[in-house]
Design a protein around this ligand. Sequence first.
Ligand code: AMP
Ligand code: MG
Length: 454
Amino acid sequence: MANEPEPMLSVEEAQEQLMAAVGEPLPGEDVPLDEALDRVLAESIRSALDLPPWDNSSMDGFAVHAANVAGASSEAPVRLRVVGEVQAGGSPALELPPGCAIRIATGARVPSSADAVVPVESTIVQAAGSGSASGDAAGPGSPRSMGFRAGEPLPEACLVTAGVEPGAFIRRRGEDVRAGTRVLEAHRRLGPAQIAMSAAVGLGSVRVHRRPVAGVLSTGEELRRAGQPLGDLGIPDANRPGLLALCRDAGALTVDLGIAGDTVESVLGALRPAIERSDVLIVSGGVSVGPYDVVRAAFEAIGRVELWRVAVQPGKPFAFGRSKPRESDGRSVLLFGLPGNPVSTFVTFQLFVRPALERLSGMLSPSVDADRAVTEDRLQKAAGRRGFLRVTVSRDERGDPVRDGRGRLLVRQAGHQGSHVLSALAAADALAVVPETVGQLEPGAEVEIRWLRR
Ligand code: AMP
Ligand code: MG
């Protein structure tokens, strides 16, 4: 038995099985817009409003009858008497008699009696009582183009030095969005622009999927909390801080479950109380075939291991399972057993845990930032497993990635490729994906990469 080839799932088979088990995203909840960044919409958003909600001016200037200023030029300006003013947020209920103008600000509602706006740059204003143009350099031949000054009193008149068509410089009601139109689709991740859009259509909060809660546990008698004395036999627990950060990066909330020893009881002691308050439990270490690898036994005690061992390097002993349905809501908690070597932990998180967290968060398909590259080094890995090698990307003096004539990046090994070599992972810009069928890639060979940092 020990010498038989191990049955192993491919990366895709494992991802497929796992995502089928993950099922539907978590239910929706309403959150205020200032908490909505990076959340995923649980329902599409329709506008309750016309945007803009009324015709408004796109310029600071004068609301006019276009017919009154037809043919105006700097040689032959048209003088209009200024009969009032409307500012943004101000009431526009003003009469506009023929031959007159209303001073108007950008975003102010256009009086219904006007049919165009003349920008202030195409006018020369005449101060009350002066009968002449105001402004230093301004005169009939040289239109003033500095706009209004703050607090400037309403001028008596303006000379229009360029005619406008009816409708000029007016932003029409509903021109951006018509009431009832869908402006954002469900499953859309909310960035700053989508948050502004939600606010613009009148929403103070949005319905998004609940964020998954991920409990993170490290296992191993040798582990010490980072920053604590190590003694002769201890090493710092690197995985837990790394995994907590990965979970947050993937949009999850986290529960730090600390460090468990290498016994089933110790692991269960940490996992059991976390079941009710987590959607996902992530355990690193103890998932391989040694006598102290107790995590699968712990999973079997609270649920079932549904998948173990994937044809991937690093990360082969990866395990996935589900808890028994919990009492409170009948949901099963997802159980992830990640191999303890820090690079294996990281790679298996990216391949299997991240897509699950993203699905629970409401995303339809996982975010994968792939690119094409050429390797400058020889890349070696085990045949029969898909390799995810830690590589750096060539950059110019400004730090921008360099590409060859065919648009491909140039990559080199970030360091030793052992699954314990955290320094190479920390230095890496990307993971180079080397297919199962390939044992070695020669310099100059093309390779797909997954960006870690651009
Ligand atoms: P295991 O998967 O428990 O067999 O661990 C494999 C290797 O990873 C061992 O050398 C462990 O000491 C190391 N290891 C396991 N967990 C961690 C951790 N949380 N932080 C750093 N190294 C770890
Ligand atoms: Mg261990």
